[in-house]
Design a protein around this ligand. Structure first.
Ligand code: G3P
Ligand code: CA
Length: 311
């Protein structure tokens, strides 16, 4: 994924620079990765980047989840049918250690678990085995037409994304509940051939709301592109730039200067950090965030966003 935002404002970057804290790029250097841009005095120096005027990439959130049950293979296929280049998902872990794709930490909202296992409230993912989860219907809650859709394993999900020639924005969801999930996720991706050059260069990003988790992924496999979900203060961006390639904020918290400030730092792979924003489902909001210069838009309605901003 390449940065595609409008030209960063020199004024905004200089303004952002006024808030920057002293910073030592020890962690990036430890891993042999490119160092963030550092001024002689140890103060980060923003880069001025012309991102051009290309359209933001479109990421189908939990698949095309406005039109098919979220995080199912049907939602991946629907995203492909709508021309979405990227698919986002949420990865968690079962009681017996299988990685599965589901957003909530409970199975209650998006499956028929209450009917199938009435005595197992609160139906946490971590309390069920993979075989038990495989019995659940993950489609009927959304629309009877999707009855029989299953909660996919990460392996199944990755297979489908590969088959569709799509790209994967993988979220480690609730990683505090699943110690070690970072390494396990990388192991599945490796087994599926997703850590080769072709995939890590431009087909895979691993993101999380947990900065610790993102940093762990970077430490374990520095070649993998990473994203932090949130809106860190500009003053903290230099330290984020040592382990994350993307800062991915909620669209309500965005502004042109903030996007420009993020673009002003190089991430661990030596490229300007990127901004993917979520969850943008209508044309007006899509045009607004595209105007801020974001690199990508994460959406339940990839067709609506594409029609609004191109791509
Ligand atoms: O990819 C961004 C977005 O998915 C983060 O929020 O709650 O939908 O996982 P959530
Ligand atoms: Ca998510």
């Amino acid at each position: 994924m390449h940065a595609r935002a409008v030209a960063a404002s020199t004024t905004a970057l200089l303004g952002a620079a006024a808030f920057l804290l002293p910073f030592t790029p020890a962690r990036a250097a430890d891993h042999g990765g490119p160092r963030p841009v550092i001024a002689d005095a140890g103060i980060p120096r923003p880069v001025i980047v012309d991102h051009g005027t290309a359209h933001p990439v479109i990421v189908a959130h939990r698949g095309a989840s406005a039109y098919a049950p979220e995080n199912t293979l049907a939602a991946v296929d629907k995203a492909a049918a709508l021309g979405a280049e990227w698919v986002e998902n949420d990865v968690q872990r079962t009681r017996d250690g299988e990685l599965v794709v589901l957003h909530d930490d409970s199975l209650q909202r998006t499956t028929d678990v209450e009917e199938v296992y009435p005595d197992r409230a609160p139906w946490k993912v971590k309390d069920f085995t993979a075989a038990e989860i495989a019995r659940l219907d993950a489609g009927s809650w959304f629309d009877p037409a999707y009855a029989g859709a299953r909660v996919p394993t990460l392996e199944q999900f990755v297979h489908r994304v590969e088959r569709n020639d799509q790209k994967l924005l993988l979220e480690l969801k609730n990683p505090q509940l699943y110690p070690g999930i970072e390494g396990e996720t990388l192991e599945v991706l490796s087994n599926e051939g997703w850590l080769d050059d072709r995939h890590v260069r431009n087909r895979l990003v691993v993101q999380s709301f947990s900065a610790d988790s993102v940093r762990t992924v970077h430490d374990l496999k520095p070649a993998v592109k990473t994203g932090f979900l949130g809106t860190p203060p500009v003053a903290d961006l230099p330290s984020y730039a040592t382990f994350t390639d993307q800062i991915n904020p909620s669209h309500g918290s965005l502004s042109t200067p903030y996007v420009a400030a993020i673009h002003g730092f190089r991430g661990p792979h030596g490229q300007p950090m990127e901004v993917l924003t979520w969850t943008v489902n209508d044309a007006a909001a899509a045009r607004r965030v595209a105007g801020f210069g974001v690199d990508g838009i994460i959406t339940n309605t990839p067709d609506v966003v594409r029609d609004a901003v191109g791509g």
